[in-house]
Design a protein around this ligand. Structure first.
Ligand SMILES: [Zn+2]
Ligand SMILES: [Zn+2]
Length: 148
């Protein structure tokens, strides 16, 4: 599967399963380590870990896309788009998306928590969970969101 096919697959899952258009970009990122994919708060693009595809095939990519599309649509609609939110739990149940983006970690990375600043989009990786009520973005002091 190449980026073009991934884009088409994402658009068709979005239309068929969510009844909504996917208007941004979906592409492989071979630098992803800790998650199968991620939704980028700032650009609204979806990145997919291509090792996940190489190891587990198309089925795994479909699961990742479903999960990321839950973040995507809820975020754009101003609803609860984080894993712990009611809206997120509900949408992932309805669409059959996995609640978490499973990581392939044969080369177990110690990073467990990935945060994005909801203002500038900078990514922060932490081994331990941080208190996002207190911790802010080191670049712009924006709010940190745990999301993948
Ligand atoms: Zn920031
Ligand atoms: Zn996620």
């Amino acid at each position: 599967m190449n980026n073009k096919e991934l884009q088409r697959l994402t658009e068709s899952i979005s239309e068929n399963l969510f009844n909504k258009k996917f208007k941004h970009k979906a592409y492989f990122n071979n630098r992803l380590r800790t998650t199968g994919g991620r939704y980028l708060l700032k650009s609204h693009n979806i990145e997919v870990n291509n090792k996940q595809f190489e190891t587990y095939g198309t089925k795994a990519v479909i699961d990742i896309i479903k999960h990321e599309l839950c973040h995507y649509h809820l975020h754009l609609e101003g609803k609860g788009y984080q894993h712990r939110d009611k809206d997120f739990k509900e949408l992932s149940r309805i669409t059959g998306a996995p609640r978490y983006c499973s990581a392939i970690t044969n080369y177990e990375d110690r990073v467990k928590h990935v945060y994005q600043c909801n203002h500038c989009g900078t990514e922060f990786k932490r081994i331990r969970k941080v208190n996002t009520q207190k911790m802010v973005c080191g670049v712009c002091s924006g709010k940190l969101i745990e999301i993948c």
